[in-house]
Write a protein that binds this ligand. Sequence first.
Ligand code: PMV
Length: 338
Amino acid sequence: MSEIAPAGPVTAWAGTNIALVKYWGKRDAALNLPATGSLSLTLDHLGTTTTVRFDPRAHDDVIQLDGALADTAFCRRASRFLDLVRQQAGFQTRAQVQTRNSVPTAAGLASSASGFAALALAATRAAGLDLPPAELSALARRGSGSAARSIFGGFVEMARGERQDGADACAHPLLPPDAWAVRLVVALTTKGAKSIGSTEAMDRTARTSPYYAGWITSTQVDLSEARAAIAVKDLAWLGPIAERSALRMHACALGADPPILYWNPATVAALEAVRGLRASGVAAYATIDAGPHVKVLCGEADAAAVEAALQRVPGVTDTIVASPGPGAAVIPTPEDQA
Ligand code: PMV
């Protein structure tokens, strides 16, 4: 492979995304290939800004997270990802990385999705590579499965892919962010014991949950229905699919041995509040990722009522209203504009 010269520092931004049809299980751990497709909504102001500079004098990658040196596990994961970029560019140069999340990393708001999407874009551009979006998405997947979806804005589908090298396991956009004025209201709940990471939890679920086969089959049905509901922008159709996908993902994980339980009492209370909203005529639908927080999909006009209802739930510590947002993008520096 011909050697490409590193460019100057590049800064990129990516929004996080919330899956409406969940990804939960890998068919290949080394290449991070998902067992099924998934479908998500990229959010506007919750995300990650990352600057990458390849430095010919550096002996090691230096990774800063929110202004301080990142911990060993974080550095190792980012360095392994940078190795993929170096391999593709054909050089060994170490990098300086500064990354900032617009929500606390520990809040459990899928910062790995926006984090690896921003890192994929900033690192490839800083390495002098300009990958087409589908290739960038497949690369981001190597960092975190959900990151593949944050390359694109609005409603996004991630393909399972069929190829063994994973080149077709990438995302594509279904509907741009301004095409449908939905909202996602995030209810942060008090954290219990430190929960298990998604990679380990998926692996344990796939190996030990008797419900895993049913999960794979039902996800294929959910995907085709959710795709159709998004095409006609039908919230009353999409919402129940999203809620059942999340509950089935957690049911499948609960069936693992030892069982995986991400919820706390406030998670259940927030789910109850969403059911109460629906009983009173508000089209609101819950989803939950690998953590105790509840995210509620609703229409723009109902977002304030949904947020107020979630704020009244005992154990909900904070709420955030997010809108559909754009895909990952390079942020021009003052030098670029000069
Ligand atoms: O991208 P990962 O490996 O952190 O896994 C994401 C898992 C879920 O957030 C629970 C579901 C999803 O599709 O985003």
